[in-house]
Design a protein around this ligand. Structure first.
Ligand code: GTP
Length: 204
């Protein structure tokens, strides 16, 4: 069975827990205890395949967090990067997170395929006090090979579900790509021997 690990990251109060809980329970709960981190488990069936999903929702107080960003980056197969469209500083924070994920040392140390990332502009219901334009979010995402959407965890259950399902599918696609790129032990050895000796024989 496939194991998919997602980390939901972003600035304080952007709605990370609201999005996660909305996806898992279809409910919006106004306030969440934010002084502890959680890893949620969900069993899913996607396109006829069973998978085990883990979603990491971090703690906003760094001194209480068990993970450092570095370990989150290594743990997760995909990232949901959240900002609040009514809070410009949260967009700057999201940008820094995306740069960190896409930084060569991070993306290449154990990965043969780039991580799946979706940038989410949350609290779209607050668009009357918007500080970050839709185009800005879209551009940041495009420039860094991320998916992008704006939505409201408070008001849009379906959109939240679609966003999570999309990123999970992207992760599964990456798993397949990684599988293809991995040289499969004995087969590649046979290929190598054939190439070397095959060519020599031809030239004799
Ligand atoms: N208007 C509006 N408020 C939202 C939305 N999503 C979350 N909130 C509110 O934003 C506040 C923070 O939401 P959380 O889900 O706790 O955000 P968080 O990013 O997990 O917070 P920390 O863990 O403290 O960083 C809460 O008061 C939520 O009710 C949304 O889509 N619209």
């Amino acid at each position: 069975m496939n194991e998919v690990k997602l980390a939901v990251l972003g600035g304080e109060g952007t709605g990370k827990s609201a999005l996660t809980v909305r996806f898992l329970t279809k409910r919006f709960i106004g306030e969440y205890a934010s002084n502890f981190e959680s890893i949620y488990n969900k069993h899913l069936c996607l396109e006829g395949k069973q998978l085990n999903l883990e979603i990491y929702d971090p703690c906003s107080e760094p001194q209480k967090a068990k993970f450092s960003l570095t370990s989150e980056l290594h743990w997760a197969d995909g990232f949901v990067i959240v900002y609040d469209i009514s809070d410009r500083s949260s967009f700057a924070f999201a940008k820094a997170l995306i740069y960190r994920i896409r930084e060569p040392q991070t993306s290449h140390c154990k990965r043969t395929v780039e991580s799946a990332v979706v940038l989410v502009g949350n609290k779209q219901d607050l668009c009357h006090v918007r500080e970050v334009g839709w185009e800005e979010g879209q551009k940041l995402a495009m420039d860094n090979r991320c998916q992008f959407c704006e939505l409201s965890a408070a008001e849009q259950s379906l959109e939240v579900e679609v966003m999570f399902i999309k990123i999970i599918k992207d992760v599964l696609t990456n798993f397949k790509l990684k599988e293809k790129r991995r040289p499969s032990g004995s087969k590649s050895m046979v290929k190598l021997i054939n190439n070397v000796f095959g060519k020599r024989r031809k030239s004799v």
